[in-house]
Ligand binder design. Sequence first.
Ligand SMILES: [Zn+2]
Length: 327
Amino acid sequence: MLHSRTSDRDQETPRRDHPKGHTLSYLRAGLNVLTVDVEDYFHVQAFADQVSPRTWAKYSSRVVQNTHRVLRLLKEHDVQATFFVLGWVADRFPRLVRDILDDGHEIGCHSFFHRLIYELTPDEFREDLLMATKAIGEITGGPVQAYRAPSFSVTNRSLWALDVLIDEGYRYDSSIFPIRHDHYGLPGAERFPHLIERSHGALWEFPPSTIRLGRWNVPVAGGGYLRLYPLRLSLRWMDQLNRVERQPFLCYVHPWELDPEQPRLPGRWKSRWRHYQNLRTTQRKLQAVLSRYRFAPLGDVLKSCGIEKCVSFDEAVAERPLGVSTG
Ligand SMILES: [Zn+2]
C-alpha cells in the first residue's frame, strides 16, 4: 500500500482534521482520468472580486462553443472524460449537457454559483449543492454522483463538505488538492485515489495529480500548470506517475482555456497572469496528452483501480451502472 510521504511542515496539519483514506496500490488497466470543469470565463475565482454572480447574465457566454471544442478533440482521440458542470450552466444551456451525455461522457457537478466552500456555512453549501444537483439531474435523468469543488476549495477549513456530499448521495469527489496554494490545498492529504471514511459514510477521492519533488508536492497535470510548464516536462511527469509510481493521473481542463480570443476582464496582475498565460498552448498540449495516454471517466477508473483491492468499492458504487471503459 502506498502512502504519500509528508514533510515536517506537512505534519503540522492536524491529523484529527485529516481525511482518513485507504490508498489504492496499483493501476490495473493503465487508465487515467481527464476532467473538464464546464464553466465560462467570467465564472472563475480569479475574477470573483470583479464579477458578481448577479451580473453573470450580462456577459457574452462562450461556454457552449468552447465545450464543443473540447468534445470534438475528445471524439478525435476516442477519449471519454468526466465533465463537472456548473449548475448555472446546466440551467441555461441544458442542450449542452445532453450533447456531453450523447458523446458518452460522465456528468458530475461543479456547484451552482462557483463559490468557495470554505467561505460558506454547511447550510449554504448544501443549498448550492442541491440547486446544482437538481439542475443537472433533471437533464441527465439519473443520480449525480461525482463532485468537483470550485477552485478545489475542500481544505482543512471545509472538510465538513464531504459529509454533506455523502448525505446527498455523492460517491466520488475530486476537490482535495494535496499542495500549498494561496486559495486552496491540503498539503498533507493523500496524493492518489483513496476511500475517505467519514462519520456520515464513505466517499472516493481522486486528487488532482502531483509529483513529489524533495519535500514538496508539485501539481503536474492540468489547468494553469499544464499551460505553464513546457509540454515535455508535463509528459515526463505524467509518465513518472504511470510507470514509476504505478498510479493513474488526473488531468483537468476548462473550456475557456482553449479560447485565446475570450474577452479580457480587469483584475489584479496575478489573477490576470494565472488566467491568461499560455492560452494559445492549451489545445496543442491537450492533444499531445490525449494521443499518448489512455483515459476513462472517473467512476470507471476508480472501479478499475479498486475492484480487486477494496471490497467496499463495489458497495460504494453498486447503485450506479458503470459505463464501458475506453482505450
Ligand atoms: Zn471552476
